[in-house]
Design a protein around this ligand. Structure first.
Ligand code: ADP
Ligand code: MG
Length: 244
């Protein structure tokens, strides 16, 4: 058994199997990326892990505990920290207040994942110089990093990041890859990232899983995946350059 085990997971929407008999094992302390074309079921997979959706079939076990029958709140308490595609920070609170907010509720959280001090979180997310600024004053990239900071303050056992670079400039995208790598390396945090941006995935330099039609098509490192003709056809309809 691994730290996070997903076994035979299936979720239908009407006739569509958005997640289809998916199996995935994640080791504690690992950084893993999940890629795949639009609509292949990546966000649905995260929704199932964090309890926003219930599976039709299958099992999700985190650190020995079954999640599939828990509520979203119970799953958050057990230590699943999830970042959504659109950042949801509080515009009228300062950066510090935004980071403190989840810790105020922490007594309600039983999660025993890696923990960081507020100062460490501010430094990791490059927000130390912004700590007294309002959420509304942050750039788009900084808002995304603040949302990651808010997740870290909950000491999650596993961190789920859904397209953390959506809408970012190239430089912000590169900084986000470095930030995620340092969160993983600095405190042995278990991080699972969904992403579209191939440059970002290359910079993350971590094991990849490719999803297609709700299931896992391939797993490997960046070079193995880039050279795979099935993956190239999935992305471009024909064998070609993965970077195209
Ligand atoms: P991805 O994140 O890989 O782009 P999603 O998991 O969002 O893909 O969606 C997978 C498939 O499930 C898509 O065809 C999408 O339209 C469908 N889908 C996702 N959520 C719902 C929902 N709440 N109701 C109906 N269909 C959905
Ligand atoms: Mg998605």
């Amino acid at each position: 058994m691994s730290f996070l085990d997903i076994i035979s997971l299936t979720r239908r929407f009407g006739g569509l199997k958005a997640v289809d008999n998916l199996n995935l094992s994640i080791e504690e302390g690992s950084l893993t990326a999940i890629i795949g074309p639009n609509g292949c079921g990546k966000s649905t997979l995260f929704n199932l892990i964090c309890g926003a959706l219930k599976p039709d079939i299958g099992t999700i076990i985190l650190d020995g505990v079954h999640l599939e029958n828990m509520t979203a709140t119970e799953i958050a308490r057990h230590g699943v920290g999830r970042k959504f595609q659109v950042p949801s920070i509080f515009d009228d609170l300062t950066v510090m207040q935004n980071i403190h907010l989840p810790t105020l509720r922490k007594s309600r959280f039983a999660s025993e994942g890696p923990s960081w001090t507020v100062q460490q979180i501010l430094e990791l997310t490059k927000l130390a110089h912004r700590k007294y600024d309002l959420g509304s004053e942050l750039s788009h990239g900084e808002k995304q990093w603040l949302e990651i900071a808010m997740i870290l303050s909950q000491s999650p056992r596993v961190i789920l990041l859904d397209e953390p670079t959506a809408g970012m400039s190239l430089s912000e995208t590169e900084q986000t890859a470095d930030l995620i790598k340092s969160i993983n390396a600095n405190n042995n945090a278990t991080v699972l990232v969904i992403e579209h941006d191939i440059g970002f995935i290359e910079r993350l330099n971590c094991p990849l899983h490719v999803m297609s039609s709700g299931t896992l098509l391939k797993s490997g490192n960046f070079l193995e995946i880039r050279q795979d003709t099935e993956v190239q056809e999935l992305y471009f309809g024909k064998a070609g350059d993965f970077h195209a």
